[in-house]
Design a protein around this ligand. Sequence first.
Ligand SMILES: Nc1ncnc2c1ncn2[C@@H]1O[C@H](COP(=O)(O)OP(=O)(O)O)[C@@H](O)[C@H]1O
Ligand SMILES: [Mg+2]
Length: 268
Amino acid sequence: MTRVIAVASGKGGVGKTTVTANLGIALSLLEEDVLILDMDINMANLELILGLEGKQVTLQEVLAGEENIQNAIYEGPGGVHIVPAGLSLPNLKYIKRERMEKVFDQLIGSVDIILIDSPAGLERDALAAMSPADEMILVTTPEVTSLTDTLKTKLLAERMGINILGVVLNRDKNDRDFLSPEEVEAIMEAPILCIIPEDTELIKFYAQGTPIIIEDPESEVSHSFLDLASYLVDKDYLMPEIPKKSFISKFIDGLMGHVPLKPRRQKG
Ligand SMILES: Nc1ncnc2c1ncn2[C@@H]1O[C@H](COP(=O)(O)OP(=O)(O)O)[C@@H](O)[C@H]1O
Ligand SMILES: [Mg+2]
């Protein structure tokens, strides 16, 4: 049985893509077969955070009827499977969203979990991302506007029969000017699944196209994502072996011109 879990919020920029990418990898590290589908087609950036940009075949080509979904699946960090949405604008007009149903027919049964990175809001694209989901993780920051918009998403999802797993409180500032986790839980009427602090490391790794869970697995944020994954699939985790690039493969990449080698420090 494939679980289809949408990661959604009312507002954009609250951390859906960050949560989807890191949670997807965390679930893979727990040996779940996971596929992340970037359904935020207009504001796609999952491929950026995972360093997978520039792929020829993406969800756009599939929804334009030019390619099969199997050709749009790529292996990402930690063994997670990714369907990027594609960053190019020109193809957008050829997309037929009705084709999504067929895509899901092909994907269901092929993996343990499909995680959907959803668009913000309650418009057509957001609804399209919600409708294949059986379960939902809501993301909010501790601001009232973010919370009230995410509450609307929750109410709509419930009306669609989607099981709300709970809330990820992201960019928590531990500051009395912002909503506390208890307030968030009370207003959302849903459990907080995890609290991710405001952390500049996340911005840095996002910009580098390397998820924090791979780059800094011992960080508090990475542990939070592993805890969340562990809770979702009811599996304990011992700190898994993170398949980071070895020194030797980095060296070879450097020779091949993929990664600039660090300049030697000048003596004296
Ligand atoms: N906990 C956090 N601390 C600091 N910056 C964060 C945090 N979570 C997300 N961000 C940053 O916020 C921006 C938007 O995040 P993103 O995951 O793309 O949001 P969304 O998918 O909801 O639009 C990115 O630059 C990201 O690095
Ligand atoms: Mg996003």
